[in-house]
Design a binder for this molecule. Structure first.
Ligand code: IMP
Length: 189
């Protein structure tokens, strides 16, 4: 049996591009159970519609929805704000829109990471205009001190530093989404 860190560092096939473990896989799992519990209590009697922001939030959504003990519904949006680089362009493009009507729904946006906050700001305005009863955010990661737009986040998994990270859904040029832990990226961009 290896230690918690050993387990994360067995991503030997990616090791040349990975720096330190920012959030170990076990810690991600434990925190999501806590978030699921909080959401279950807060939304008792009014199951939310979980809106997953593709692609970065796929792993988070998949685990979070199973940690919530309510008959939630799920839908997916795809937005693009980065292109291939690791710095935000500030331009948000809707690549895939929702399929369901938001009128009078309790909507919970499930987001991977809030960096500048521009993506979320745009999404809030875009979805808020469709008349949901409530619109809240559950973000796995919040990059502390990086927000260009003030954010009111109901649920946050972990506050992290400004470094670019990969794993658990987060990518660089579409790679490393399939890591269980979250790591700094030290490879080429
Ligand atoms: P923001 O608009 O600057 O808040 O950036 C939000 C989006 O950029 C996230 O949903 C991610 O898709 C992407 N992003 C921001 N920081 C990182 C990172 O460290 N790794 C991978 N993707 C990131």
């Amino acid at each position: 049996m290896g230690s918690r860190d050993d387990k994360n560092l067995t991503a030997h096939w990616a090791a040349h591009d990975l720096g330190e473990v920012v959030v170990a896989a076990d810690d991600v799992r434990e925190r999501i159970v806590e978030l699921g519990r909080a959401i279950t209590l807060d939304y008792a009697g009014r199951p939310p519609l979980l809106v997953c922001v593709l692609k970065g939030a796929i792993n988070f959504m998949s685990d979070l929805m199973r940690a919530i003990e309510l008959p939630v519904e799920v839908d997916f949006m795809a937005v693009s704000s980065y292109g291939a680089a690791t710095k935000t362009s500030g331009v948000v493009r809707i690549v895939k829109d929702l399929d369901v009507d938001l009128a009078d729904r309790d909507v919970l946006i499930v987001e991977d990471v809030v960096d500048s906050g521009l993506t979320l700001n745009y999404l809030r305005q875009y979805l808020g205009a469709r008349g949901p009863r409530s619109l809240e955010v559950c973000a796995l990661l919040l990059k502390e001190g990086e927000q260009r737009v003030e954010q009111d986040l109901k649920y946050v998994g972990f506050a992290i530093g400004p470094a670019f990270v990969v794993g658990y859904g987060l990518d660089v040029n579409e790679r490393y989404r399939n890591l269980d832990g979250i790591y700094t990226y030290v490879g080429e961009v």
